[in-house]
Design a protein around this ligand. Sequence first.
Ligand code: NAP
Ligand code: GDP
Length: 360
Amino acid sequence: MLVVTTLSDQSVICTLGTSTEVMDGPMRVLVTGGSGLVGRAIERVVKEGEGREGEEWIFLSSKEANLVSAEETRAVFQKHRPTHVIHLAAMVGGLYRNMRQNLDFWRDNVHINDNVLHMSQEFGVVKVVSCLSTCVFPDKTTYPIDETMMHNGAPHVSNYGYAYAKRMIDVHNRACFQQYGLRYTAIIPTNIFGPHDNFNIEDGHVMPGLVHKTYLAKKEGKPLEVWGSGRALRQFIFSVDLARLFVWALREYNEVEPIIASVGEEEEQSVKDAVDAVVEGFGFKGEVISFPFGVNYPFHPQTLTNRSQYDTSRSDGQIKKTASNAKLRKYLPDFKFTPFKEAVKETCDWLAANYDIARK
Ligand code: NAP
Ligand code: GDP
C-alpha cells in the first residue's frame, strides 16, 4: 500500500508498505530538489509503479533545508537517515539567467553539491545518483559528445559558473570511489521539460518559456515573441522519461562514470522546431515573431575583460551540444521515450490547467 504524507514545509514522503530501519533492507531514498521539475516527475513514477514494497521516498524542497548551508544539510540527513540519495537540488535557470548570474550559479551549486555529497559519505549512504547537464561539456568539441569528454576544455561561456560547479560533482564522485570505494555516480540529461517546470519567462529554460509565452499570446490575442535566431539545436527529454531513468540508475547502474540521458542524435530539434510543437500544442493561430539578432559569445571567460563586449540581449547561447546516447542504449536498448510532440502537448495542457499554481 502507498502512503503519501505532505508535510507543512512542502516536502513529501511516500511509504510503500512497511518501511524498515536497516541499511540492507528496502531503500530509504532522499530526493533533493524533490519539489522541482524532475523531482515531481520522480514522485509521479514512484507512485505510478516504479516504487517497490517497503521503500520510503522522501522528496525535499528548499523549505525543509537550504542545502547551501552545511548545518541545514547535516540536520536533514540526521533527520531522514537515507540509504540512497537522488541529488537534483540546484540553482537552475535558462540561458539568460545563467548569463546574468554566473557567480551565483557557481557559488550556490558548488556549496549544495559539496554539502550533499559529503553528508552522504558521512552518513553511510550506499548510493548517490546526482544530476549533471550537457552544459558541462566543452564548447569547442567534436560531435557527438560522449561521457568521456567532460573535462576536455572550457564549457560555453554563457553558463560556465553552473557548468564548472556541475563538473565538480564528477570530480567528487571519482575521489569518493578512489578514497572510500563508494559508487556515487551521475546522470547527464539534455534539456528537460514537462509539468511542474519553472515557467518564469526571464529566468527559465527555452521550453517552459515558449509554453508560457504561447499560453499568454493565445489568451491575450498577441503575437508570440521568440528569442534568438531559432537555429540553435537541442535534444529535449520529457521529465517523466528522465524520472524513469533516474530510478533505473539508482537500482541498476553501478558505474562511477556518468551516463548521458538523452534521446538519439537524430531527434535533435531546432528552437524553431520547438516553437512549432508548442504552437501546435496550444492550437495557437496568431503571429510568431522572431528576433534573429542573437549574438553568440565569441569569447572564453579568461578573455572577458570588458563587460561591454557582451551582447546579453538575446543570444543563441551554445549553438549545439549534440550528445550521444550510445552508452544508455547499450544498457537499455528498448527504453521508449515519449514522442516529442506528445510530451510538449502534455506540458501545454498542464500549464493551461494549473496556471494559478505553476511557478512563473
Ligand atoms: P527546478 O525545477 O528549478 O527545481 C530545483 C529544485 O532544487 C527545487 O526542488 C528547489 O527547491 C531545489 N533547490 C534549489 N535551491 C535549493 C537550495 N538552496 N536548497 C535546497 N533545495 C534547493 O529544477 P529541475 O529542472 O528539476 O532540475 C533538476 C536537476 O536537473 C538540477 O540538478 C539541474 O541542474 C538539472 N538539469 C536541469 C535541466 C533542465 O532543462 N531543467 C537540464 C539539465 C540538467 P524549491 O522548490 O523549494 O525551490
Ligand atoms: P541552454 O539550452 O542551456 O542554452 O538554455 P535554454 O533552455 O534557455 O535555451 C536557450 C536557447 O533557446 C537559445 O538558443 C535561445 O535563443 C532560445 N530561446 C528562444 N526563445 C526562448 C525563451 O523564451 N527563453 C529561453 N530561455 N530561451 C529561448
